[in-house]
Ligand binder design. Sequence first.
Ligand code: HAM
Length: 414
Amino acid sequence: MQRLKGFREFFPEPLPPGEEWSCDLRQYIFDCWRRTARRYGFREYDGPPVEPLSLYTAKSGDEIVSQLFNFLDKGQDAVSLRPEMTPTVARMVAAAERAYRKPIKWFSMPQLFRYEAPQKGRLREHFQFNCDLFGEEDPAADAEVVALLIDVLRALGLTEEDFVVRLSSRKAWQAFYEAEGGKPEAASEFFQAVDKMEREDPGTLARRLAPTGVTAEAVAQFIDAGLPTPELQGILDNLTARGLGAYVKIDYGVIRGLAYYTGVVFEAFDRKGEFRAIAGGGRYDNLVSVLSGGKVKLPALGFGMGDVVLALLLRKRGKVPSFASTIDVMVLVEDETLRVDSLALVQRLRESGKAVDYSLTPMKADKQFKRALEMGAAHWARLERGPEGVILRVKDLRSRTEQVGTPDSAASLV
Ligand code: HAM
């Protein structure tokens, strides 16, 4: 039985031959995501992994809709595995915003599913760190969210030489489109053409642009000029004040594929351009209103960062730490008549919070010792019969020092 194409199995390290996804690395990334979000005062939330199909069909845009993992459930309801978190969080906020002070700053780390052609950096499932902020329209909020994105990558050891956040604006593009006499009814085709531009050849771009009335030359000139709008300049200044200016640049080549963005948009890329986007996001000031049938109006913005490109990039740049065993103590049972006492010792150590292992069945002493070394145990502990009863011997395998005590003193000796 093979796993499905585009899905991963995460193994504990060291990885078996031919496998590339490490559960240790995944946990390392999750810890960093969570820690950094908390440093910025974001609170964790989660939502359902299966949603009504209609949550996505009208709001997310054609590309993601064509990639949905959707089906009819046994009650004949049209449902989908979640391909992204934004519609879910917008719905949650619309329903519960009165219970929270503004701005609402929330994060989540959902596993998402998209039925797309698996390729380097793009699979059919991924974990995505989502950070979103609701209830603030000032660009100070955009700067805060971009700063958080930058700090997550810095916390993972990446520097301004490794990645850059490309900042753009749908409003700037809209103003350009109008100034160029673009046809209002073809605006969404125009945005899609620009979004795909970097991944397609010039002929396809010209064909896509034809119905819009805007030329590829005008588009290229607008991108080359890269003049920041006052809003984008404000974000640049804000980030520069934090010492993070080197991590961002204005780049109108970014426009974002998803339909709900309304203002500033951004994507993080590796500087060498070897990988697909590390993260992407922007402002979506109308989505909460759309999902609440116009009842709640709250400006919103945020980003999503996947674990796939991130893991590939960290490996490529040598930023993955080595994941040592997490065993604190290996209890050696050399005298089988002391197995009952040894089990009590194992339990006592575990209750004191130590990670403890031991041989479940009788095993030669030297094999148990070898096992302790293989597992990278920090200590071994062993019970022995002495003239005055059972004694405990604990060895620190790093400092090579040995201590002797009573079995009761175990927790204080390791
Ligand atoms: P997105 O650009 O579709 O945005 O995805 C964000 C990030 O998730 C991408 O930059 C990439 O790292 C990762 N990602 C997306 N699809 C895949 C895939 N098939 N395989 C591996 N990684 C993938 C969104 O999803 C927006 N909802 C983000 C957002 C949050 N905007 C505002 N708030």
